[in-house]
Design a protein around this ligand. Structure first.
Ligand code: ZN
Length: 422
């Protein structure tokens, strides 16, 4: 089941119970017994699930209420902090102005004192000035006390805000884990009752409609869900990217391996060819030549023209350069015969070779006849004599037209058939 859907539907699952049950019963109508058995255990499972859901829902509702009251608290603490800070600023401004006043007064008093000629006046001025200074200083002291208090309060409020925010986070995390737990449970139930993809989809669709009708989710919860979905999406995206990277690395590795194998194969074939050439040379010059099978006579397996020789060539189907051709191609028609007497070790079909016969000649040599028509003339384990028909030339397997692909193998290795055919 799509987890994303489940997350948004959990709150309405209790209401959706009967639908879930219907879907499951539909899915297993084959046997009455099975239905009633499944029914019972499903009923039980559903009842438990519903209980879990309503418990979880209640917890979530409580959490939502907690969260909104916590958010209100946080807002009011923030307002208080702002208020306190305003007070602090006012007090500071007041004290600054008063300080300035004290300073200017002090300097102007000095001037007045110096300029006054009347000693009595001078004394009065000084008295006035002294009492006014005293008053300012007192006010300043009072303000400083208030300022200290306000700063203390601001500090306390900041701490309160911090802990309220921490509590809020705990509650949010709690909602997330409650939801995850529920989601897992619902998925498990759906899986346990073996809903098909179609059933799951229609189940989810039905839930969506109910969810839309009955949704009492407040904005808070919706935002929370949105956040969960967002997190899930990000997680999925990260997983997808990681998977893509893994795949690319694996592809590169496989490509390197395939290239290494191809190279090894090429080297092996080249070696083989060199060996055959050396042997051909030897056979013309030495008495050993008489022992080569050529002298004992190999029958040409089919009539027609050789259209593709043994060795490297451009592959007619894949267009791949330097692909190694392990045999010769003879284009013609009709009967394909055993080149020498032997025992059929394979008479079967392969995607590449089509209908194929392999005859083991018993002296380390075997021959292969490929792309034959359906309906081979021989079967596995059968003895064949030289020139006996093994099949009819065809174009089965990976082939572009009617032809025989003929291989000669010596000790299991493909060798050039033209070294054996007269
Ligand atoms: Zn071929």
């Amino acid at each position: 089941m799509n987890k994303k859907f489940v997350v948004s539907l959990m709150t309405s699952l209790v209401l959706a119970g009967p639908l879930l049950r219907l879907t499951v019963v539909d899915a297993s109508q084959n046997s009455e017994d099975a239905v009633s058995q499944e029914d019972k255990s499903f009923e039980k499972e559903k009842a438990e699930l519903e209980e879990t859901i309503s418990d979880a829902q209640a917890t979530i509702d409580d959490l939502v209420i907690d969260i909104s009251s916590q958010e209100e608290d946080i807002e009011s603490v923030k307002t208080e902090i702002e208020q306190t800070q305003k007070e602090i600023a006012q007090l500071e401004e007041q004290m600054k102005l008063r300080n300035e006043k004290l300073m200017t007064k002090a300097s102007s008093n000095k001037n007045e004192v110096k300029n006054s000629t009347n000693p009595f006046e001078r004394m009065k001025d000084e008295n006035n000035s002294a009492s006014s200074d005293q008053y300012i200083k007192l006010a300043q002291l009072g303000d400083q006390k208030m300022l200290d208090k306000a700063e203390e309060q601001a500090k306390r409020q900041e701490e309160e805000l911090k802990s309220a925010e921490a509590e809020l986070k705990v509650n949010r995390d709690d909602i997330v884990s409650q939801r995850t737990e529920l989601e897992d449970r619902i998925v498990k139930v759906a899986e346990k009752f073996d809903m098909s993809d179609d059933e799951k989809e229609s189940f989810v669709n039905e839930q969506t409609i109910i969810a839309e009708r009955t949704s009492s989710l407040n904005e808070e919860l919706k935002n929370e869900q949105q956040r969960i979905l967002e997190e899930e999406r990000e997680k999925e995206e990260a997983e997808r990217l990681a998977e893509e990277k893994r795949k690319k690395e694996k592809e590169a590795e496989e490509k390197a391996k395939a290239e290494a194998e191809k190279k090894a194969e090429k080297e092996k074939a080249a070696k083989e060819k060199a060996k055959v050439e050396v042997k051909a040379e030897v056979s013309t010059s030495s008495s050993e030549a008489a022992k080569e099978p050529k002298s004992s006579g190999w029958t040409r397996p089919a009539s027609g023209n050789m259209t593709s020789p043994f060795g490297y060539r451009t592959h007619p189907v894949t267009g791949e350069r330097d692909s190694f051709h392990a045999g010769i191609d003879i284009a013609g028609s009709g009967s394909v015969v055993a080149s020498r007497a032997g025992t059929v070790t394979q008479a079967s079909y392969s995607d590449t070779y089509g209908y194929t016969v392999i005859v083991d000649h018993g002296d380390g040599y075997s021959t292969l006849y490929a792309h034959l028509k359906k309906g081979l003339s021989v079967s596995n384990g059968q003895s064949v004599s030289q020139g006996q028909q093994v099949g009819i030339m065809g174009t089965t397997g990976r082939s572009t037209g009617v032809h025989l692909h003929f291989e000669v193998r010596k000790g299991g290795e493909a060798v050039n058939p033209m070294n054996y055919l007269n």
